[in-house]
Design a binder for this molecule. Structure first.
Ligand SMILES: Nc1nc2c(ncn2[C@@H]2O[C@H](COP(=O)(O)OP(=O)(O)O)[C@@H](O)[C@H]2O)c(=O)[nH]1
Ligand SMILES: [Mg+2]
Ligand SMILES: [Zn+2]
Length: 321
């Protein structure tokens, strides 16, 4: 049986405390006495330059600086910190990350349980865009699933479901909902519990509307955080972790919602089609591009139906000749 996330954190906390204790000896930059026995575990809510807003298990927020010898943490990180007299704190250790989202060489969020790619009936979903997001997420080992919004606008839901069945058979979860009519929204909410989530996708698909359903007072909370943290208005554009009242966490920023997709290499594209994996390496030619080479295991899998023909077609559309 695998460890729960909480158990995992507890183990990491003990390890991190040891590190913090060892560092204490070497520490000559901090003017207060570090006391590893009183170290607290916290969750990074947001970062503003070198400063971090850290939430203790009790819910109390601490504005923290970070020890110089540890990597700067981001929203979603678990850290060990020590409160100082003035209600502020110093982060002394960073717990191991489960994963992290990096864009243009900058880390922006950590410990993400699910990325939700939001697409819609209007603007109408495009397979190429969906596949590009999936490829990026697969290459970064980020768990991604799909939300199809505005289903009340579709005159042919059977067709829509056929379109997305290829993603379901590749192992992706697909939720069909309408934020406008609230169709399937409660069910969707219910399964966000105990996990941390990121929503992304092109403009106009309904991400803000969906997030407002999950956290009706989001704008209020943004300004509350700005006040509490004395971080100023920047909080609105900073990547921030919010607790969803019905359960689960949302890591959000405008930059995350609509992040730009970088150019993808053919190698990344190939490894981004997760259902191709069992066949890679089985082709006649070692450098097979799986386009029109003889005895290609991928093409044979398409012919036998083991790989969905539309997904293979999407692969051909994405790769650079
Ligand atoms: N018809 C319909 N419109 C929706 C639905 N969800 C959101 N919208 C509308 O779609 C537009 C774009 O939504 P918004 O949440 O701003 O999308 P974002 O750009 O992804 O954040 C707004 O006019 C919303 O009111 C839905 O389920 N059905
Ligand atoms: Mg929006
Ligand atoms: Zn091949």
């Amino acid at each position: 049986m695998s460890l729960t996330r909480r158990q995992q954190w507890r183990i990491e906390k003990i390890q991190a405390e040891r590190i913090a204790r060892a560092n204490r000896v070497a520490d000559d930059n901090n003017h207060f006495e570090l006391d590893a026995d009183h170290a607290k575990t916290g969750l990074v809510i947001t970062r503003y330059g070198q400063r971090l807003l850290v939430e203790h298990e009790s819910g109390a927020l601490y504005q923290c600086t970070s020890r110089r010898n540890i990597e700067l943490s981001v929203a979603g990180d678990r850290v060990i910190f020590q409160a100082t007299d003035n209600g502020e704190g110093v982060v002394t250790a960073l717990l191991a990350r489960q994963n992290s989202l990096v864009r243009s060489q900058k880390r922006i969020a950590a410990n993400i349980d699910a990325l939700w790619l939001v697409v819609a009936i209007e603007p109408h979903y495009q397979f190429e865009l969906i596949d590009r997001y999936l490829v990026v997420a697969e290459n970064a080992q980020l768990p991604i699933n799909i939300v199809v919004n505005k289903i009340e606008l579709s005159a042919d839901m059977d067709k829509v479901k056929r379109d997305f069945s290829m993603y379901q058979s590749a192992g992706y979860t697909v939720h069909y909902l309408s934020v406008k009519t609230l169709t399937n929204v409660a069910e969707f909410k219910a399964q966000l519990n105990h996990k941390s989530h990121i929503f992304l996708g092109q403009s106009g698909v309904g991400k803000s509307s969906l997030i407002n359903q999950l956290i009706p007072d989001l704008n209020l909370r943004v300004s509350e955080l700005s006040n509490k943290s004395k971080l100023g208005k920047h909080t609105t554009t900073n990547t921030t972790l919010y607790h969803i009242p019905s359960g689960g966490d949302l890591i959000d920023s405008p930059g995350i919602r609509e992040f730009q997709l970088d150019e993808l290499t053919n190698q990344e594209i190939l490894s981004g089609f997760r259902e191709f994996k069992p066949f890679i390496g089985l082709c006649k030619f070692r450098n097979c591009a799986h386009i029109n080479e003889p005895n290609c295991a991928i093409k044979e899998a398409v012919e036998s139906g083991a790989i969905n023909a539309m997904r293979y077609h999407n692969y051909l559309n994405l790769i650079n000749p």
